[in-house]
Unconditional design. Structure first.
Length: 343
């Protein structure tokens, strides 16, 4: 069996450029032409661009691609596709169609494997109710796959990552730790009971984001990916000029992560993430650093809600089969010295 992860230097959303480096790349003196119809663009750190098309509606446009995080080609296609589509859900929108982005080392890996990647993408697109309508491919040194996705939303339902309010409760809809598990698998240390756990979670579409978009008491939303839970909390709290106070014991973690962290089954990018976050966080410990900085691929939705609607929101989570996530992991408070405080 061909193991795709042997042909890439990074894995999944762990391939993302470090936050502080990305800020340097995006820094510019160029003044873009004003466009009042561009509701969300490069000026914020949101999940997708949003463009007003009139009649109270907007188009959502996003792209996401990366190198293999699993060895199976079909599963790689499914994970990369679910991850890309998630950015539309994270804005509260409905996906419409997708275009494939494929880089393939044709002198190393067969076209048949690439076809399995595309079929994985078709499977997830069908699950999301959208067509995989085309794409572009190149001969590249490493395998790369992802999607460009277009979606639509009623502007009144638009959710952004920088619109949380003081007193909001914070929720997360998937467990943390897939980067640690996939690293353990590459090292040959993954326990039998954890086989497929990370892949199964990474393939799950965040379709609830469209439902959350229709809830006026949901104030802010994003999805957790390569910057880890800590990085996305910092973006969310800092964007709203607030401090996120997090109860670490309430953060949902994949079972028995401490076994793998004790074996140093930790992605290199966890430490890269922490080097960007260190001055902005208090209360971190050895264990929480390794889990909260763990790069996620197609992680859960990170949501803030009006605290008065706690019971209604948790009832919805239970009805949608997410009872284990029906509790807040923290709250947004008035800005303090640090952007994230662990308690």
């Amino acid at each position: 069996m061909v193991k795709l992860t042997q042909y890439s230097h990074g894995a999944g959303c762990g391939c993302k450029i470090a936050p502080h480096v990305l800020e340097e790349i995006l820094k510019t003196n160029f003044v873009a032409p004003s466009d009042s119809k561009l509701i969300v663009g490069n000026s914020s750190k949101d999940d997708a661009a949003v463009y007003d098309i009139g009649n109270g509606q907007a188009v959502i446009s996003t792209t996401d691609f990366f190198m293999p995080i699993v060895d199976d080609a079909f599963d790689f296609g499914k994970i990369a596709s679910a991850n890309a589509i998630s950015d539309v859900y994270a804005m509260g929108g409905k996906p419409l169609l997708a275009i494939a982005i494929l880089g393939w080392p044709i002198n190393k890996l067969s076209p048949e494997l690439a076809q399995k990647v595309i079929d994985g993408a078709r499977t997830i697109c069908a699950e999301a109710g959208i067509p995989l309508a085309g794409g572009h491919s190149i001969d590249s040194p490493e395998p790369i796959f992802g999607l460009a996705v277009s979606g639509i939303i009623d502007l009144k339902n638009l959710k952004q990552n920088n619109t949380a309010k003081d007193g909001d409760l914070i929720y997360l809809t998937k467990k943390i730790g897939v980067g640690i598990l996939t690293t353990a698998e590459k090292k040959g240390l993954l326990k039998l009971e954890h086989k497929g756990v990370a892949a199964t979670q990474m393939m799950q579409l965040n379709t609830l984001g469209e439902t959350f978009g229709q809830l006026s008491y949901v104030h802010a939303m994003t999805d957790v990916t390569g910057f880890g839970l800590l990085g996305h909390l910092i973006e969310m709290a800092d964007g709203a000029n607030l401090t996120a106070k997090i109860n670490y014991s309430k953060v949902p973690l994949i079972d028995n992560l401490n076994f793998y962290t004790s074996q140093m089954c930790v992605p290199d990018n966890s430490f890269r993430n922490w080097s960007s976050y260190d001055p902005k966080v208090s209360g971190i410990t050895g264990d929480s650093l390794l889990t909260l900085c763990d790069p996620q691929t197609n992680g859960g939705l990170l949501v803030t809600i009006d605290s008065s609607q706690k019971n209604a929101f948790e009832k919805l989570l239970v009805e949608k089969g997410l009872s284990e996530f029906a509790h807040p992991i923290g709250e947004m408070k008035k800005r303090e010295e640090k952007i994230v405080v662990l308690i």
